[in-house]
Design a protein around this ligand. Structure first.
Ligand SMILES: Nc1ncnc2c1ncn2[C@@H]1O[C@H](COP(=O)(O)OP(=O)(O)O)[C@@H](O)[C@H]1O
Ligand SMILES: [Mg+2]
Length: 224
């Protein structure tokens, strides 16, 4: 089976000014097979968000390489990276990153604007996803008018709007009740059957018993 994402010797060091450094990743090497669901677990602060951000090309590693679909993405320009993300990656952020004061359906379909998709078509696709996630009655609500769990699902809908080949989900089931979590996991199962590569981070290793592969991370390193 082919590899969709390969990380080689990833280091990420945040420099916070004189002598104050945080080593978020300390040499992570791993391969993710296409069409699989992979879970990355580890305690809070272990580097999960950093790793996902680098795999999604939102952050650059301090050292090491990321190879996605046989392309070394470190070498791409910012413009090429932006295009690559737009076409290939869907990202659910731990803190949602939703746009305040914008109705739910516009938040969801926002990534389609630079693709030149017409408003009526954006709305249609957003409503379809909101429906799938049980949020159709909230489509005009702004993020601040939604509960934490609803915001989480909204963020997932946005991650799916460009029908991405790779899904990166940072703690997608935290802050939500069991029933909603189950609904999200069910959707993820369906997406996996559809051939998507799904990478999920969680501080709770039990959320996804059916992951094809689990990587454990602690203090920026994979645990054997
Ligand atoms: N932008 C940043 N600047 C400085 N330190 C950061 C930044 N982002 C993350 N860190 C630090 O890097 C480490 C790993 O963080 P993170 O990847 O968010 O872990 P996790 O998602 O597993 O909780 C933590 O010690 C965190 O404080
Ligand atoms: Mg995190």
């Amino acid at each position: 089976m082919s590899v969709v994402i390969r990380c080689e010797g990833l280091h990420k060091i945040y420099r916070l000014g004189r002598g104050n450094e945080v080593v978020a990743l300390a040499g992570v090497t791993l391969s993710i097979r296409r069409g699989t669901t992979v879970l990355i677990t580890g305690p809070s602060g272990s580097g999960k968000t950093t790793l996902l951000s680098i795999m999604g090309t939102l952050e650059r590693p301090t050292k090491g390489r990321v190879i996605i679909n046989d392309k070394t993405v470190n070498e791409l320009s910012e413009a090429a990276l932006a295009r690559f993300r737009r076409d290939t990656v869907g990202f659910l952020f731990q803190d949602y990153n939703l746009i305040p004061r914008l109705p739910a359906w516009e938040n969801v379909s926002y990534p389609l604007i630079p693709l030149g998709v017409r408003t009526s078509e954006r709305k249609r696709r957003a409503l379809e996803l909101l429906e799938m996630l049980g949020l159709s009655e909230r489509y005009t609500h702004t993020p601040e008018q939604l509960s934490g769990g609803e915001r989480q699902r909204l963020s997932l809908a946005r991650a799916l709007i460009n029908n991405p080949e790779i899904l990166l989900l940072d703690e997608p089931t935290s802050n939500i009740d069991h029933k909603t979590a189950e609904r999200i996991l069910q959707l993820l199962r369906k997406l996996r059957q559809g051939g998507k590569s799904i990478i999920i981070s969680s501080h709770d290793g039990h959320i996804l018993t059916e992951a094809d592969q689990t990587f454990q991370i602690a203090e920026g390193r994979l645990v054997e």
